[in-house]
Design a protein around this ligand. Sequence first.
Ligand code: ADP
Ligand code: ZN
Length: 723
Amino acid sequence: MNRVAIAVPVPLRRVFDYAVPDALAAALGPGQRVRVPFARRELIGVVVGPVRDEPPPAYEIKPVIALIDAQPLLSTALLALCQWTADYYLHPLGEVIAAALPGPLRRGEQPAIRPPEGLRLTDAGRAALPEVPSRSTATRALLALLASGPCAIAAVRGQLPGSAAAVKRALDAGWVERCADDGIPRALQPPLPLTAPQAGVLAALEAGIGRFGVSLLEGVTGSGKTELYLRLTEAVLAGGGQVLVLAPEIGLTPQLAARFKARFGDGVASFHSGLGEAERARHWLAAASGEARIVVGTRSAALVPMPRLQLVIVDEEHDGSYKQQDGLRYHARDVAIVRARDAGAMVVLGSATPSLETLRNAQDGRYRHLQLDRRVHDTPPPRIHLLDVRHAVLENGLSPTMVDAVARHLDQGHQSLLFLNRRGYAPVLLCHDCGYVMPCPNCDARLVVHRARKRLACHHCGHVEPQPPACPDCGGRQVPIGQGTERIEDALALRFPEARIERVDSDRLKSGAALARLLADVQAGDVDVLVGTQVLAKGHDFAGLQFAGLVDVDQALFGSDFRALERMGQLVTQVAGRVGRGGEPGEVILQTHHPEHPLLKLLVERGYPAFAAALMAERRQFLLPPFAHLALLRVEARTDGEVMAFLRKAKALLPSSSTIEALGPAPATMARRAGFQRGQLLLKSGSRGALHRGLEGWLPEIEAMGQQTRLRWSLDVDPGDLF
Ligand code: ADP
Ligand code: ZN
């Protein structure tokens, strides 16, 4: 009896055997999608092994209903990558595959065949050209344009607006025909002549083309890293390779993709959640066929198939957004490195502020460490001024020194940026009469005041309610305490009514397109002051920015997460790096109540590398990553008792001989969220192998326990946050 192993998208960490009808036996192989019965449903599964002829088992096995793909949709390489991801993150293979497929393909739809994207004149068209009546201006213009050579349809539209009808008529008449747009020459942006430090780094990188190897490119903001990505890409494309470029934020991909398109023309596919499903599927298929030579995308692009992958670039490699926080909790940088290893491709990890994990790999000689420590235009980097605000009169969180600095830069026609990693108007609404603080009904959290929309919101569960006219407890007057970006924006607007002030945070800019429009205005010099959260700190290039004010980073100094300080140092350095790129040195002020904090002083006086070295020593001392490997078992239930009982039982099931240390169980930092009680057990080991072997033996027991209760649990390998 013929049967075959199939991965189906269900939350079970196993694949399922299905019987293969004789008619299908010869046609079925790994990577093809099939329709299969599962429980009382039909699901789309993917074949993950060869058809085997084995004696029928004692239990009934159901047959495959239908074969969807005549050819494998998933290559062996992609299947292997999905399998590695499933094993490493201890996640069901079927769900990993589902996450790797764009919606239409996941649902079993047939990939649409797209007509080629170029146009050229036929002999008939060439003959007809002199005879086209002069009143048919659009057709004449089209034929004349194509007479000088084939052209991409997009370029025809650009040069002859409103030509769609003429194109259709000309196609119908047989005067023009579609052709592949590969190799159609177009005006591309030429490479910049490299500076001497850039040339040195490029030579070192180019020597690594053609085999696996990871290089950390540590370069201050504006040191020309992106230019090097482009140069290296050029060299890889010349050898017929494909290039994967990852960016941490959806807002950064259009900017990055645009730079690649300007240099290399078509063949650049973007891939991120901001695209429609159909478009994602199209780009996925273009990458799989090799038609897209370059893929620029966010986290999910790490799983896009690229058969000729030769180069992986991870920009801003330190960024926490590369780690997915729910479902398949993978780290896109790490998955990308694994796939590069399997493909024999090289990897470049770029950052001005590398993560401690990557720095340690570089120190241990596993990664090459290349540095660019000066900006291309050689503007000296700004000095960060630590401003002691302990006794200052703060108005809306801003010290007079900060406000004066904004005023001074406005006078000089400069742009300023005020950074505060807290959106909303104020984080707390307090009753001035009785001290009552508005809590979230579902979480151990306070409601954040959002004044523009006249409401209170919880940033943890999404609960919103109108702001009450008076204190619900005593009827007293409520006052907003503390500040968010909205409040800073309001305060500046009052103080500088003539200035154009724009707020950049996820409340204000829901889409990448809105952010791109705003950034264009900033580039054009139309915006005077930007107020924003970390959305602003990342990667964007602001030519006219001369001043940055960091309103409040003190919270991170005492953050409960072991990565809080690392993130703070990265953010501060990234924000400061945006300043003074136009040739003039800039100015940066950081307000703090802790000017004597040793790590803050180190960061400001000696820069990120010294700061990172100090953090590294701490991590070594306390055996935290990158000196230990972590996994976090998180549990949520209606009652605290259920949570703790589950965690205690789970802890007891850990093999006593294992070298895994279990810390906890403990309530999560926010013990109640969205109506659930939450707790966790932290697992730690000095050896990644030991941790994984331990988890693999332990997890089936947790799964069995989980099936007997209704509580929710998850296991997070290499957690980004410990709350
Ligand atoms: P990074 O990615 O390190 O922040 P970029 O590659 O974006 O740096 O370079 C910063 C700025 O300097 C960009 O405007 C870029 O066009 C410019 N630039 C980079 N390399 C050169 C070069 N060799 N000559 C002139 N300008 C350059
Ligand atoms: Zn809440």
